[in-house]
Structure formats: structure tokens, C-alpha cells
Design a protein around this ligand. Structure first.
Ligand SMILES: *Cc1c(COP(=O)(O)O)cnc(C)c1O
Length: 401
């Protein structure tokens, strides 16, 4: 017997919950790809995508997940044999660097571990080191979904400026776009990569690369850009098929259109503020659970925590037991501990994550926290009392809309 029957909630940090409105927009016969509504709709999404990234520059759309957007960003900016500097604060920073090595790009990695942010002093030292002048790009992740750290983009920009270093600043916003504040132009970001399946609430399948004029100029120094990954025709198509480098992602485009409408109707700042409050609700509960037991937030400093995902350390094997309990008994799937494996904990049994990105509201987050608390009780995992009430208080204090 189980209490899991009812609507399932995939509370992992991507793919995120898809709004019914997005799914319904996709549920249709194949549209005409030669002319008409689809053409207008795709063209009309470009300004909305730019507004989301806070840029007046270019965006290229790919039929790809985030890994595809990583490859696309590098294929347009760095030649084989050239060097990039990778700033890693978890699995995804490391992954982007690995994507670069797969393309024959040399990487230098500053690894800040699994519980901290980028240290600007170490970055400045690396930019001043012998040979550092030839870095073509600096790669960073705004929110590393594995650790749930949120890195300060402006601090990295400031270090590059202070060093007078010309490398492109490339930022992965897969887990933060449409969740946490991000200002591409104001923050001096040259290239930004994102996907549709997190804050943008659309099934996995579209990747985005935003790029400014500096990045467009660097594209001209790249000797071989695979046709499919070339961002030029996608960002400035002469023919409709060039938006997608071939057949359009017809149904994804309808889904994304609906998602962009929803974000537009709520207002991007309100979307950010909703995510901020829901994140604080999660943290409030976590801190109370942890006051009397093994539950800990992976990122100790609230200023460094993402608003879209929260990583928990529980000690072995409580993370796995809790994940299994809520799946079997409550219809909720929690995120696993990606990149947290150690020789002592090879399956990352001592971790779980809550995804709170995109189409999530107070009842979903309070529900997740409530079922985690039920799991803590059922599994006899020690925890402080009053966590869900503390989260409810945070929600109650959200400014009225
Ligand atoms: C999800 C994610 C990716 C990878 O996206 P996929 O769609 O799984 O390829 C990259 N970076 C970050 C920060 C992510 O959260």
C-alpha cells in the first residue's frame, strides 16, 4: 500500500515540470514548415529569448540538449589546439571542459571543489601566469546544478577586466536562465548557453547559444566550424530552415512559445522573485532539519546558493533511502547526487537534490518538503522539528502580487 497514487512530481533539477499549457501547445498535427504560422512564430520568439537573457545581441537555436549547446559554443569560438580556462564548481563546469577536450581544445582547469564558489584571487593569479595570454575563452557555470552553488558572474568579468585579458567570458546558464537574475549585456558576458528543459519548462530538445559582437568577431578566426553548429546562419537566417539548420523542431517550438508566453505574463522579475522565495523556503526547512540530525545544505553561505536547485548532504545511506521512500510512498522523485561520488560513497548515497526550477509554486514546494519530512520520520532519520512550518512562514511572507 502506498500514498503515491495521484499526480507524480519529478522534483529533480531538470528536466523540470512541464506546464499543461506547454504540453497542450505541442499536441497538434504537424504544421506546415514551408510557410505561415510556424515561420512567424519562430521569428517572433527571438526578441523574447533575447529579453530573457537580457541581451540585445544574437541567439542561435539548436535541436540539442545542453551538451549540444556546449559543443556549439566552443565550435564557434575556439580552434583545435587553442586553450581555454575552465572554472569548475561541480560536475557541470567539469563537463564543459571535457566537451572542449573532446574537440581537441586544450584546457586549464581551476577546480574550486564541490562546496564553494569561484575564488577571484585564484582566477586573477591564473590570468597572470606565464602563457595565460593565449586563453581564448573562460568557461564558467552560473548555477552548477550538481552542487547548487551560484557563482557571481560579475566577479569573473571584473577579474578579466582587471587583467586586461581578451578571452571571451562564456557562461552556462542551463540551470539558472528564467530562475535566477542574469544580465548578459550589463555583466559583460560574451557567450551564454542554455537549454529549454529547466527554467524554460519545455521537454528536453532545444539548446540556445547567445553571443555578442566580440564573440561574433572571434568566430571569424575559427578555421573550421561544422555547418550544423555554425551559429551565423542560425542567428541571421536568410531562409527559414536556417533557424534550425534543417527541419524545424516544430512541436518544441510550439511548446517553447507557450512557455515564453507564461514567463512574459508573469513578468521575468516576478519569476525570479517566486524562485527566490521558494528557494528560501527549502533552505529554512533544511536548516531546521539539520539542527538535530545529519541533514546539511551542501552550500553553507546563503548568498552562494542557487534559487533553482538545492543540494543536500545527508551522510550515507540516508540520501538514497529518502529518495527511494518518497518515490515509493509519495509520488515524488528527488534528484540524485550527481558528481558527488567518492571512493567511500561510490553511488552518492549520502546526497539528494530538490529541483525547484520553472513551473513550481508554493504548494509543490511545501508538498515536497512535507513528504521529505514524512520520509525522515518513517526512516527514523534524526531531524529537527518544525521545518515545514518554517518553510510555510517564508511563503507567507512573499510579497503579495
Ligand atoms: C542540465 C545542465 C547541463 C546539461 O544539459 P543536458 O540537457 O543534460 O545536456 C549543463 N549545465 C548545467 C548547469 C545543467 O544544469
Amino acid at each position: 500500500m502506498t500514498l503515491a497514487h495521484g499526480r507524480q512530481y519529478l522534483a529533480i533539477p531538470g528536466p523540470s515540470v512541464m506546464p499543461d499549457r506547454v504540453l497542450q501547445a505541442m499536441h497538434r498535427a504537424a504544421p506546415n514548415i514551408y510557410t505561415g504560422e510556424l515561420h512567424d512564430m519562430v521569428g517572433g520568439m527571438i526578441p523574447d529569448l533575447r529579453a530573457l537573457a537580457r541581451t540585445r545581441h544574437n541567439v542561435a537555436i539548436y535541436i540539442a540538449n545542453g551538451h549540444g549547446a556546449w559543443d556549439a559554443s566552443l565550435a564557434n569560438t575556439v580552434n583545435r589546439g587553442e586553450r581555454v580556462l575552465v572554472l569548475a564548481t561541480g560536475r557541470f563546469g567539469l563537463g564543459w571542459g571535457d566537451a572542449a577536450r573532446g574537440m581537441g581544445i586544450e584546457t586549464e582547469t581551476l577546480d574550486f571543489g564541490k562546496q564553494s564558489t569561484i575564488d577571484p584571487d585564484q582566477l586573477s593569479a591564473a590570468l597572470a601566469a606565464p602563457g595565460a595570454g593565449d586563453y581564448k575563452a573562460v568557461l564558467m557555470v552560473q548555477t552548477d546544478t550538481s552542487t547548487s552553488v551560484k557563482n557571481e558572474v560579475q566577479a569573473v568579468r571584473a577579474a578579466l577586466d582587471a587583467a586586461g585579458h581578451p578571452a571571451l567570458l562564456m557562461v552556462d546558464c542551463m540551470a539558472s536562465l528564467g530562475c535566477d537574475p542574469f544580465e548578459m549585456d550589463d555583466w559583460g558576458v560574451d557567450v551564454m548557453v542554455a537549454g529549454c528543459q529547466k527554467g524554460l519548462m519545455t521537454p528536453p530538445g532545444l539548446g540556445f547559444v547567445f553571443f555578442n559582437d566580440r564573440a561574433a568577431a572571434q568566430r571569424e578566426t575559427v578555421q573550421f566550424v561544422p555547418r550544423y553548429w555554425d551559429w551565423k546562419p542560425r542567428a541571421d537566417p536568410q531562409e527559414f530552415y536556417q533557424y534550425f539548420g534543417g527541419t524545424a523542431a516544430t512541436h518544441h517550438a510550439y511548446g517553447l512559445r507557450a512557455a515564453l508566453d507564461m514567463i512574459g505574463e508573469e513578468g521575468l522579475e516576478n519569476v525570479w522573485s517566486r524562485h527566490a522565495t521558494l528557494a528560501r523556503a527549502v533552505w529554512a526547512a533544511a536548516e531546521i532539519w539539520g539542527a538535530d540530525g545529519p541533514i546539511r545544505l551542501n552550500i553553507a553561505d546563503p548568498a552562494l546558493r542557487a534559487h533553482s536547485v538545492t543540494a543536500f548532504r545527508t551522510g550515507m545511506p540516508y540520501g538514497r533511502l529518502l529518495r527511494d521512500w518518497v518515490t515509493e510512498n509519495a509520488g515524488v522523485t528527488l534528484g540524485i547526487g550527481v558528481g558527488m561520488n567518492t571512493p567511500e560513497d561510490p553511488r552518492a548515497d549520502g546526497y539528494f537534490r530538490i529541483g525547484h526550477m520553472g513551473h513550481v509554486n508554493a504548494h509543490m514546494i511545501l508538498g515536497v518538503l512535507g513528504v521529505i519530512e514524512a520520509g525522515l520520520i518513517a526512516l527514523d532519520i534524526p531531524h529537527g522539528q518544525g521545518a515545514v512550518a518554517a518553510a510555510a512562514k517564508v511563503c507567507a511572507a512573499h510579497p503579495a502580487g
